[in-house]
Design a protein around this ligand. Structure first.
Ligand SMILES: Nc1ncnc2c1ncn2[C@@H]1O[C@H](COP(=O)(O)OP(=O)(O)OP(=O)(O)O)[C@@H](O)[C@H]1O
Ligand SMILES: [Mg+2]
Length: 253
């Protein structure tokens, strides 16, 4: 497992500076949260990590790998998976099939040959199915296994997206607003899943969310972004009493 590093990253879109000289390090197996107002640049950070955006200046590294040089599929192959703020699932496929796609991907990285040898292919089909079923159990979505994504409530779709990312068996999981649009009970479920992914599965988790109760409850370290700039970084206890953060984002507490 590696550290993920942003080194003086600036990201521009024409006249808009989405990220301005942002540096931070996410250590292996940590639970790191990124918070900040709308448009602060949180999703842009994820897009730079997943190879969707290329920083205008600076670098993003994962261990010895320079992510600027990699395509999104190559980043996934390094063991970095993500969910999207606007759910990106195959809507006309079932929950199981969506998660199976992730599981097959994961197995292919290790066994391209399975495409050519039928016995192996059968084995990998079974393996993928096993992985998918484990994840479905973990996320408590058994009853939706054969449901089409389109027919499912938003909260369940959000879980399936986490499942699809987990099926890749990543070392690092990026979660973009996993609790958005959820009620308290659903948010508590999501928080519990994130804690288990971090503690039981031993994954590095980078979490973006506006639900401050959840973030402050579960994150080990928090970075605050404001207008594309890093405003503060620290433990939740440090962040909640930081006057710059209160002014820019948290409001009077
Ligand atoms: N592809 C793009 N083209 C032009 N501008 C972009 C692009 N992607 C992001 N931006 C701009 O960069 C800034 C940061 O956007 P980003 O989506 O990263 O914010 P965010 O912190 O995720 O906000 P939210 O909390 O609303 O999701 C915004 O001003 C946004 O309009
Ligand atoms: Mg966003």
């Amino acid at each position: 497992m590696n550290s993920l590093n942003f080194n003086d990253v600036t990201l521009k879109f024409g006249g808009i500076t989405a990220l301005n000289n942002v540096s931070f390090e996410v250590k292996p197996k940590s639970l790191y949260a990124i918070i900040g107002p709308n448009g602060a640049g949180k999703t842009s950070i994820f897009n730079c990590v997943s190879g969707i955006y290329r920083p205008t200046q600076g670098s993003v590294t994962y261990g010895d790998n320079d992510i600027k040089e990699l395509r999104p599929d190559q980043v996934a192959e390094l063991g970095i998976a993500r969910t999207f703020q606007n759910i990106e699932l195959f809507e006309n496929m079932t929950v199981l099939d969506n998660i199976l796609i992730g599981a097959h991907r994961h197995l292919e990285y290790g066994a391209i040959s399975s495409l050519f040898f039928s016995k192996k292919a059968r084995k990998s089909e079974l393996e993928a199915r096993e992985i998918a079923e484990e994840i479905i159990d973990f996320l408590e979505i058994e009853q939706f296994r054969y449901s089409y994504i389109l027919s499912l409530p938003y909260g369940v779709q959000k879980r399936v997206e986490i499942g699809r990312a987990l099926a890749l068996n990543p070392d690092v999981l990026l979660l973009d607003e996993p609790a958005a649009g959820m009620n308290n009970e659903e948010t508590e479920d999501i928080a519990r899943f994130i804690i288990d992914i971090h503690e039981e599965m031993g994954k590095t988790v980078i979490l973006v969310d506006h639900d401050m109760n959840m973030v402050m409850d579960i994150a080990e370290e928090v970075m605050v972004l404001n207008f594309g700039e890093k405003l503060a970084e620290g433990t939740p206890a440090e962040i909640v009493k930081d006057s710059k953060v209160i002014e820019a984002y948290l409001g009077v507490s």
